[in-house]
Write a protein of this length. Sequence first.
Length: 65
Amino acid sequence: MKRLYRSSRDKMLGGVCSGLGEYFNIDPTLIRLAVIIAVFGAGAGLLAYLIAWIIIPLNPEEKYL
């Protein structure tokens, strides 16, 4: 079963966008752009990112950097 994790390898800030990219097989850069647009567009993007950062666990199979 596929699980959602934050990435510790390809992270910029918290690894949320990279983890979502791995989960949905999408380039993390596209997800990062969507988050930036959500932050400046509606303002709720920052809150959603922070909540995801708290809720989504780090991938236990990756080496911590």
